[in-house]
Design a protein around this ligand. Sequence first.
Ligand code: PEP
Ligand code: MN
Length: 350
Amino acid sequence: MLVVMKGDATPEQIDAVCDAIKAMGFQPAPMPGAQRTAIGLVGNEGPVDGSAIGAMNGVAQIIYVSKQFKQVSREWRNENSLVTIAPGITFGGTTVPIIAGPCSVESEAQILASAHGVKKAGAVALRGGAFKPRSSPYSFQGLGKKGLELMQLAQKETGLALVSEAMDEAGAEMVAKYCDCIQIGARNMQNYSLLKVVGTLGKPVLRKRGLAATINDLLLSAEYVLASGNENVILCERGVRTFDPATRNMFDLSAIPIVQQLSHLPIVADPSHGTGIRDLVLPMARAAVAAGANGILVEVHPNPERALSDGAQSLYPEQFAQLVGELRTIAAAIGRTLTPPPRTAARVAG
Ligand code: PEP
Ligand code: MN
């Protein structure tokens, strides 16, 4: 349930509604807006009778949230949520950040070359995996803590924001210490204990869509993070498994505007995992910006033939540089700009 206050409601009237919600045994979540304040009611499992609150002074309207997901819904919050992962890097507004980097952090030379290359081309965040969820237990599993230390070194040299995946609770705490944003991968989309943990670590979360997840499943998994106290969630469309082996996954472009209709959270597109094929990443990245994606995540490797994971879908640095130029033109066509690169190289996450 959502209580929408009148535009001229006083702070005392807002406090009185919050007290009334508490007296019913629930928590109030006030959300001041540009025009008026809305107060969400959190903690109910079933329908709540809002008629008494509806009659209180200063209340304009009671809205019953009809979806299974609540705090992530547009009914709950009409304006787009802005999620800032580092100074100047915000998802959900009119600027579009580009996140790029290799699938895995492999060595100091590889991650530094990647970071300098993607920064020069126009990326604002470096993404590299230190903990890798590989389909086979015998495949490269990532460098772990050492990988995060190398990411931090790359940040010292470039000032890029850092995004990296966590697969379990201990890993999430470590990623939160070294990086600006914690990625939860497709295979962990419904790992509810991990979602609850990243709800408490105080760092933004990049939430990928599961391999066989519906859009409803994706939004419900984000709801876990918000319900655990973290509103800074960025959703990510990365394709779903289908019957067709022509691509690694089927990139669901329509998920972008659908999610934006249903939710106030930003959604970025990952056409690398979405297609699995280097030459398809470029047109799908362009299409995603045109469709209104709130950011792009692409895999770029200084030497894709030698990559320890996902080489076939990793762009060559020159391809990435050309792509960024094209994305700049496409963003302008829909009244957006690409987020400019950080000006300083001195920032360290943590
Ligand atoms: C990745 O980002 O490298 C990755 C493993 O992605 P996903 O979880 O989408 O498969
Ligand atoms: Mn990958």
